[in-house]
Design a protein around this ligand. Structure first.
Ligand SMILES: [Zn+2]
Length: 301
């Protein structure tokens, strides 16, 4: 169990909203322990606390909202904050979408590292998965099973010969996230992007912030950042979607062809099933719960 953390200095950045195509200004400010992650829409003067109850949209990107004010495409920033253990932060936005930057988490990692990180006094609560839980839909699934560390096993199977089948197994730590996941960019099929833009979506999408794939390969001139960049980006998205729980995660997340919508269904299903998890707030309680989980798991095996 670790202590909570926040930023040492404020971060200011600006960029383009992936879906709106509009310029957005964003500021990330340090916040007191137990604040959590709070977004503030400056134009609507609305505060939105990130929690499982704040998710209002999961199509194409994750949107959080309150009182009719939504903030879109939060997942890459939330993923980075979770992986770098930035638990308390106040995020001001001029605009209704988090800027897409280069389509990955790498710019956020750089900005957070540059601003610096401070440890606070309170412990960060953790959610321990005590029993398996699974959601499935149209040949896709997402699940949690007990695990001492936060692990991810993710598989995709695209109806596109260049992307095809990809799988990754990873233990999520600050270091593994920075090295193996953070640089993976958003991607899309050329035919889908043409359709989206004809319907006024993905208006900010370009080869500067997404990998675009057609029948033969990637349309971008610069090469892939990882050989299996696509499945790595799905992991980046999933970490952001699961971070909405608000806790460090002790469990293994397993997904086949999942996305924002199914990830959010898994989070809600978990919270509904009180027998599937335990929330711990002290190192002592953590030890007690972990010992009982591993006793049961061993007995069953
Ligand atoms: Zn994404």
């Amino acid at each position: 169990m670790r202590k909570q953390r926040t930023l040492k200095n404020e971060i200011k950045a600006s960029g383009i909203g992936l879906h709106s195509g509009k310029k957005v200004e964003i500021a990330l400010e340090p916040a007191k322990e137990n604040t959590g992650i709070i977004f503030y829409s400056e134009d609507k003067e609305q505060q939105i606390e990130v929690s499982t109850k704040s998710v209002i949209g999961t199509q194409l990107a994750t949107t959080i909202g309150k009182n009719g004010v939504g903030i879109g495409t939060v997942e890459h920033l939330l993923s980075t904050l979770f992986a770098l253990h930035i638990d308390n932060v106040f995020i001001r936005l001029k605009g209704r979408e988090v800027p897409i930057m280069d389509g990955s988490s790498a710019p956020w990692v750089y900005l957070i590292k540059t601003a610096g990180i401070v440890e606070q006094n309170a412990y960060k609560k953790a959610i321990i998965i005590t029993k398996p839980i699974k959601v499935k839909e149209d040949g896709k699934f997402a699940a949690f099973i007990p695990s001492k560390d936060f692990k991810i096993s993710y598989s995709i199977n695209f109806n596109n010969s260049f992307i095809g089948k990809q799988r990754i197994d990873i233990t999520v730590t600050e270091q593994s996230f920075i090295k193996e996941i953070s640089k993976a960019r958003t991607f899309g099929l050329l035919k889908d992007i043409e359709y989206l833009q004809a319907h006024n979506l993905a208006l900010g999408g370009s080869l500067d912030n997404a990998v675009v794939v057609d029948e033969y390969g990637i349309v971008n001139e610069d090469p892939l950042r990882y050989e299996n960049e696509f499945v790595r980006h799905k992991v980046l998205d999933a970490i952001g979607d699961l971070s909405i729980l608000g806790f460090d995660i002790r469990g293994k997340y397993i997904a086949y062809k999942s996305g924002h919508d199914l990830n959010n269904k898994l989070v809600n299903e978990l919270i509904k099933n009180r027998a599937s998890y335990e929330i711990v707030g002290t190192p002592h309680r953590e030890k007690v719960v972990e010992a009982s989980v591993w006793k049961t798991v061993k007995e069953k095996a």
